[in-house]
Design a protein around this ligand. Structure first.
Ligand code: SAM
Length: 451
């Protein structure tokens, strides 16, 4: 299906009228831009040393509003390169990088992404946190939540809790908890019509109103979870006023504890009433809308970080020692910052200061380090992705051809030491292999292998 096929939807009349009303004499420029091909972009993962070098070959220039954003040279497919599997970058439309740039998570903050799958903005906020503070990413759709957790794992995010729940289940527990909240709401997707013809084919005149009702509910719950003095950023990838200004102004009317927060987005412009639209005929990217709000009041003093002392637990100690002996060589500093525990046979390293999450469906809680069995330890893929190259006891630096073979699940010839070995590409982790009998036996999980 080509981008133009979506425009055959006979129901698009009210969409066209809305665009004409919003743009007036500028509308012909918009329609012309919608006939142009959409540009791809990626975000370099600043959590990975060496990621910038790996992305360089694909870069056709910087995205003005996100320091780590790069447009991708026409005809190239960075997602098919092993550096993608190693978490060097995340494929993301340039405009979709705007909301998390506006939220601007700062190291040490508690950040919530309430509609987070597949994880573009959550990963972007994790990068801004730089491993300090906490990212809670929620996605009610379980299948999408799985993809979200897998994407954060690939990027090497260590300080995240990923859950799958409806927002009202979370706001019951987490009132006033977060310094920064992202609501990238499900919407009618008009801003994606150029990239995704299905979005245009599925659009109905009733979609904006239906979406606005759901957006208002989500935003209400997000407001409850924002701490006094905290920021709430609402975004959609649609143009119409019903889902954008309409939802935001209604929210402000019903929530006098919030006020608009003006912002400037480099290369786009200044917000008005805390709101800004990204138009494909004005910038290099698809359609998006961003609104920034602030909850009035003074921020509460930062919570006391819980102490680092572990309760004596001989099974846990044995597991940690086995992990160090057989897999790591020594404990990386980041692991000492996390709360180590044994859950069944799983050795876990969770961020400190998590909000209560009993009874929630949890997909990721920090880093799952290893499975501890009687006399045996098996490192988890998540641990591989959390490591830097020199944090494993043994590593194998692969060529591009070897990395592709490893990603297909093949064993590779090996004349190094026996034991758990970190497979690396361009200095970044791909997963585990076990060296024995002249071979590196592949332990990249089957679900993550390339066909
Ligand atoms: N923020 C994501 C990113 O940057 O990769 C994209 C989010 S997408 C626009 C909206 C998401 O909201 C979808 O994954 C959808 O399943 C989820 N969603 C649907 N209903 C929801 C609800 N009631 N509360 C929270 N999220 C919801």
């Amino acid at each position: 299906m080509s981008g133009r096929d979506g425009w055959n939807n006979p129901e698009l009349g009210p969409f066209r009228e809305e665009i004409e009303a919003l743009l007036g004499g500028e509308a012909p420029l918009f329609w012309a831009a919608m006939d142009e091909p959409a540009l791809s972009a990626l975000r370099i993962n600043s959590l990975r040393a060496g990621a910038g070098g790996a992305a360089q070959a694909f870069s056709a220039g910087k995205v003005p509003w996100e320091e780590m954003g790069r447009y991708v040279k026409a005809g190239l497919k960075p997602s098919a390169h092993p550096a993608h599997a190693a978490g060097a970058y995340y494929m993301q439309d340039a405009s979709a990088m705007a909301p998390a740039a506006v939220l601007n998570a700062r190291p040490g903050e508690r950040v919530l992404d309430l509609c987070a799958a597949p994880g573009g903005k959550a990963g972007q906020s994790a990068q801004r946190l730089g491993g300090e503070g906490l990212l809670v990413a929620n996605e009610p759709d379980r299948k999408r939540a799985k993809a979200l957790a897998s994407n954060l794992e690939r990027l090497g995010v260590k300080n995240a809790l990923v859950v799958s729940a409806l927002p009202e289940k979370l706001s019951e527990r987490w009132a006033d908890f977060f310094d920064a909240v992202q609501v990238d709401a499900p919407c009618s997707g008009e801003g994606m019509f150029r990239r995704d013809p299905q979005a245009a084919l599925q659009w109905t005149p009733g979609a904006p109103k239906g979406c606005a009702l759901r957006q208002a509910q989500i935003l209400h719950e997000a407001g409850r979870m924002t701490a006094p003095g905290g920021r709430l950023v609402y975004s959609t990838c649609t143009f119409n006023r019903t889902e954008n200004e309409g939802v935001v102004l209604d929210f402000l009317k019903g929530h006098p504890e919030f006020e608009p927060m003006e912002f400037e987005l480099n290369g786009v412009g200044r917000s008005s009433g805390g709101m800004l639209r990204l138009w494909p005929h004005k910038i290099q990217g698809e359609g998006h809308f961003v609104a920034a709000l602030r909850k009035k009041g003074a921020p509460a003093p930062a919570p006391q970080a819980p102490g680092r002392k572990r309760r004596p637990n001989p099974d846990l100690e044995r597991g940690v020692q086995a992990l160090i002996r057989e897999v790591l060589g020594r404990m990386p500093e980041w692991m000492e910052e996390l709360e180590l525990s044994l859950e069944g046979d799983r050795l876990m390293a969770a961020p400190r200061g998590l909000p209560p999450h009993d009874g929630l469906f949890v997909l990721m809680k920090g880093v799952c380090l290893a499975r501890v069995k009687k006399g045996y330890i098996e490192p988890e893929h998540a641990l591989a992705m959390a490591l830097e190259m020199d944090q494993a006891a043994r590593r194998a630096e692969l060529s591009e051809e070897q990395a592709l073979r490893a990603l297909r699940g093949e064993a590779l010839p090996w004349d190094g030491e026996k034991g758990w070995t970190l497979l690396c590409f361009m200095g970044m982790p791909l997963g585990w292999a076990k060296g024995a009998d002249g071979l590196l036996k592949n332990h990249i999980p089957k679900g993550l292998r390339w066909n």
